[in-house]
Design a protein around this ligand. Structure first.
Ligand SMILES: *Cc1c(COP(=O)(O)O)cnc(C)c1O
Length: 365
């Protein structure tokens, strides 16, 4: 390949059959309604086009992205499925929403007004999702704006309301009283609207029990193998393997240092492997000394500072290796949630930061 893509020394392998199996599992956990797929941020870094096409083939009908640009990119590979932009209507870009049949999750009264005005210009009813804030205070109609809309439903004239939605604040914490409060507030809000399908749970919300079911769940993380039930066993199948290739192997005498600022020194004769991945690839620098690379199921501690394009690991205890060997940095031996925790973050951030230099490779097991 002339662009050298084959020579990438870091690969993110995505098991599309596992994504589909996870979606099917979530459908079984949400028997009272349908299950869509959140594929924002390039499907959490995995590649939205391939993920969405695999899910659409399996029967998924509704896809959620964040922005209009993401929606337009997805529309190119999904000509028919329903695409909803969670970040709302990008006011000034109404024509693009209409032209490509993208549904905005209207997040404020000004957005409702702008979409209505577009509907009148287009001379037809336009589909809309109404996003109601019940506590996140991020996007969605705040309490006062929703009250104004509920008191005067002519706000919704010219629109075809296809969903009312809200988003949970602490779904991954089943004991948080916020969950029940949002449930009650969302039900009360929907009761003031004309009958409209509802969308409530994200990944973790699906596991809060049947009361948190709705007409359409919106999981993202769980599709990609992130544990939606932290502190309990992960019910989802692992989806990704992050692999990096050995570029060089060094034999170091006791006292020799590894990496910038010599933060690690060999205490014994040591064998060090240098891998072709670094923080420019989204591999957190915070993982120096805190995670491992696995070779055939055996761990090699990451030693010394992780640098921009490289990291080093201690393979002294491992059977002999050669340059060209591949190590697993995320995968069956070392789940994404564990790596994220070691880096002081969550798996969502770890996956969405894996950079463009890491080659994506889809597999259909
Ligand atoms: C990102 C997002 C989701 C998906 O959340 P997960 O925790 O990844 O399942 C659902 N709804 C909204 C509004 C979101 O922003």
């Amino acid at each position: 390949m002339p662009d050298g893509a084959d020579s990438a020394t870091a690969v993110l392998e995505i098991d599309l059959s596992a994504v589909v199996a996870n979606w099917q599992y979530l459908c079984r956990q949400h028997p009272g309604g349908q299950v869509g797929a959140v594929v924002k941020a390039d499907a959490y870094g995995l590649g939205a086009a391939a993920v969405a096409q695999a899910l659409a083939k399996a029967g998924c009908e509704t896809f959620f992205v964040a922005t209009l640009a993401e929606a337009l990119a997805l529309r190119r590979v999904l000509p028919r499925e329903r695409i909803i932009a969670l970040n709302g209507l990008a006011v000034g870009h109404e024509e693009a929403f209409v032209g490509h049949n993208i549904i905005p999750a209207l997040a404020s009264l000004p957005e409702v007004a702008a979409w209505r005005a577009m509907a009148r210009r287009a001379n037809r009813r336009l589909p809309a999702v109404l996003h109601i804030d019940t506590g996140l205070s991020r996007l969605g109609l705040p309490r006062e704006e929703f009250a104004a809309l509920a008191a005067d439903l002519s706000w919704l004239e010219d629109l075809e309301l296809v969903l009312a939605m809200t988003h949970l604040v602490s779904a991954e914490r089943p004991d948080d009283p916020m969950n029940a409060r949002q449930h009650a507030d969302f039900a009360a809000a929907c009761a003031l609207l004309p009958p409209v399908p509802r969308s409530f749970a994200n990944s973790s919300g699906i596991f809060l029990g049947p009361a948190f079911g709705s007409d359409l769940a919106r999981p993202g993380a769980a599709l990609y193998g992130i544990n939606p039930t932290p502190n309990r066993p992960n019910p989802m199948r692992g989806v990704v393997r992050l692999l990096a290739q050995v570029l060089q192997i060094r034999n170091l005498p006791p006292g020799a240092s590894v990496g910038y600022n010599a933060t690690w020194r060999a205490e014994r004769p040591s064998v060090i492997a240098t891998l072709g991945i670094g923080y420019a690839d989204g591999w957190p620098r915070a993982l120096s000394g805190r995670s491992a690379a696995f070779f055939d199921g055996r761990p090699a501690l990451l030693v010394g500072r992780i640098s921009m394009d490289l990291l080093c690991c201690d393979i002294t205890e491992l059977p002999p290796l050669r340059p060209g060997a591949w190590a697993e940095l995320i995968g069956p031996n070392i789940p994404v949630d564990r790596v994220a925790e070691a880096a002081g973050t969550i798996a969502y951030e770890l996956l969405t930061r894996i950079g463009p230099r890491v080659r994506r490779r889809e597999i259909q097991a």
